[in-house]
Ligand binder design. Structure first.
Ligand SMILES: [Zn+2]
Ligand SMILES: [Zn+2]
Length: 258
């Protein structure tokens, strides 16, 4: 069984716990060390139970807490060369394992298959996960901080039954909201973040295979859980589970049997 638990999700810090067969890794860690320790404790875990940390990209809401966590527990950090470069200064005395955005790697019998994601970072990636030796078995996916959906992203997420995907903003709220024009352009632009409608279009393409979806990285200023759910629900089959991940509460896990 593979579980993906969004411990915290949003522009103030992201951390996701991926667990399977007694293994645990964190995907992204934009939280302070005390905060992440508390969240792990709520799951009955400590940093000593983690095998590694995986990073999508170098923005502080994804890497801000990586250095202290990795140093405190001697964890390897898996990240692309571009992300390592972008996170320069945060990773002193941290063991980095450089991954290619095109090359799967395996930890504890779980295959992590990265793919490139268009975002204003150096070498941002998303992932699919499946059990080693079960290439045609069930697949889970994670996509965040994505300016636009490429045909390749859709192709890579097509096999997913379980998906955690960004639904960052409602375009109307972003347009009418408090951000300065430059920031509005960045967030809504092709290297910014997915709007509810972009996510809805992706989900419509993937709907047939999806059993369970979590919407992540909702903007506190430019979105609401209701707006995100209302925009995306019609894309999915009635039996597909859907919930939002929150900044300050642990979201219900995606749980995939294999
Ligand atoms: Zn982010
Ligand atoms: Zn980002």
């Amino acid at each position: 069984m593979l579980t993906f638990t969004p411990l915290a999700s949003g522009s103030k810090g992201n951390a996701n716990l991926l667990s399977w067969d007694g293994h645990h890794v964190l995907i992204d860690c934009g939280l302070r060390l005390k905060n992440i320790k508390d969240l792990l404790a709520q799951q009955g875990l400590s940093g000593h139970d983690l095998s590694a940390v995986i990073v999508t990209h170098e923005h502080s809401d994804h890497v801000g807490g990586i250095g202290p966590l990795a140093r405190a527990f001697g964890l390897d950090v898996h990240l692309t060369a571009g992300t390592q470069k972008g996170a320069d200064g945060l990773l002193d005395k941290v063991a980095c394992q450089i991954i290619s955005p095109h090359q799967p790697f395996t930890i504890g019998g779980l295959v992590f298959s990265p793919f490139p994601v268009p975002h204003d970072a150096r070498e941002c990636v998303g992932f699919t996960f499946h059990k080693e030796g079960q290439k045609n078995g069930p697949v889970m996916g994670y996509l965040t901080d994505c300016g636009h959906i490429t045909p390749y992203i859709t192709e890579r997420l097509k096999p997913c039954s379980y998906l955690a995907v960004e639904a960052n903003h409602c375009p109307d709220m972003l347009r009418d909201g408090p951000y300065p024009r430059q920031l509005k352009n960045r967030v809504g632009g092709p290297y910014g973040h997915l709007s509810n409608h972009q996510t809805a279009a992706l989900l419509a393409d993937l709907a047939e295979g999806l059993a369970e979806v979590r919407l992540t990285h909702l903007s506190e200023n430019n979105n609401t859980p209701d707006a995100a759910l209302q925009a995306t629900r019609p894309s999915l089959r009635a039996q597909t589970g859907l919930a939002v991940a929150e900044q300050y509460a642990v979201a219900p896990a995606l749980t995939m049997s294999w």
